[in-house]
Design a protein around this ligand. Sequence first.
Ligand code: FAD
Length: 403
Amino acid sequence: MNEIVIIGGGHAGAQLCNALAAAGQGARVHLVCEEPVLPYQRPPLSKAFQKSADEALQWHRGEAWFAEQGITVHRGDAATAIDRAARTVTLASGRVLGYAWLVLATGTRARPLPQLPAGLANVHVLRSAADAERLRGAWPAATGLTVLGGGFIGLEVAATARALGKAVCVLEGAPRLMQRSVSPELSAHVLDVHRASGIDVRTGVAVGGFEVEGGRLVALQAGGERLAVDTLLLGIGAVPEQALAEAAGLPCDNGIVVDGHLRTADPAVLAVGDCASFPEPTSGRRLRLESVQNANDHAKAAAAVILGAPQPYRALPWFWSEQGSMRLQMAGLAPADGERHRRAGATPASFSVLHYAAGRLVCVESVNAPMDHIAARKLLEQGRSPDPAAACDPATPLKQFSA
Ligand SMILES: Cc1cc2nc3c(=O)[nH]c(=O)nc-3n(C[C@H](O)[C@H](O)[C@H](O)COP(=O)(O)OP(=O)(O)OC[C@H]3O[C@@H](n4cnc5c(N)ncnc54)[C@H](O)[C@@H]3O)c2cc1C
């Protein structure tokens, strides 16, 4: 038995197919996809895809490429069970696939809100192409959008809906936007820009009191005020899709637990992308990241393990988000108690925040400052830490500090 079975045809699954095909191993690969379509790019689903009914899904690779590489794609046929002793995976269709290597690339699913009844006609989540099509189909009749959750996806859709001329309200329970992922400076700037665009953003509000009529959510209570709802997006984060791994007896803890080579407790089973909880290379602290970069780099590292040339996983995390006029870019991991220094950009709407921990540059966040961001990312990759005062002098290009 020589097969490589990949469960999940998202960014990580598609990138793993690329890496294995490039090594001439395509004919060994079975890609198991719960969704009925080929792997596609998820980032546009909250951005360009919502703005125009003509915008198509962007495939990672076309059907012909998978066929040329000899990769068998099982579409619309979810994996339902893993038998690690027999080294088999059972699909919903009843098909059983044997494996030498199994890679779990099952991503995440939208975090539910237990108080909100399921199946309401005007309530949306956004993870998949099907979700995106359903939301896009709602725009012609929608007058307004209420977004529960001031995280990346909620804010991206809020900006998109505003650009479509909708009345938009964002309700965030935490005291600031994107609190788990960005600095207070970035949160404050993003709040100002969204408010200036006409979005009603409320932070630190408790939401409840959902009123349902005729299968639709008609109102909710936010901070003691009754707000009417036309269309609602539930954007309160995502949870790792780890049920299969758990049922197969693999340790999970906010993600499928893997080592520094992305191996689970079973050396024949790897986990990659959004669903994997991996050790951060410097601190060993467990991380689960939801980003395209992380999915792609995990997949490349997993391919190296399968191809017999394992390398410890050390990629620099980075992420981007587009919210209306703002392009946000983050690289590195922000420390909880580091020092932050602001570097002004070319315009008042552009700047970067440089995070230092024990004198070391560890993270950079940028708003509409792509050149500074590229330079800062290089510094992080090279482990260079310019003096903060010099690095924040806008007269000095940041790239001057890299090798
Ligand atoms: C709307 C949206 C916008 C985003 N924007 C950005 C952005 O701007 N920048 C950025 O860096 N990241 C962005 N992300 C995050 C990024 O898309 C994810 O981090 C990335 O897709 C993770 O890749 P993955 O392969 O781990 O998981 P996914 O791409 O989520 O793929 C997982 C796949 O596994 C499938 N699956 C699950 N269980 C099974 C099963 N039992 N059998 C078969 N298949 C199964 C799922 O159906 C899914 O297709 C965005 C995500 C969304 C949803």
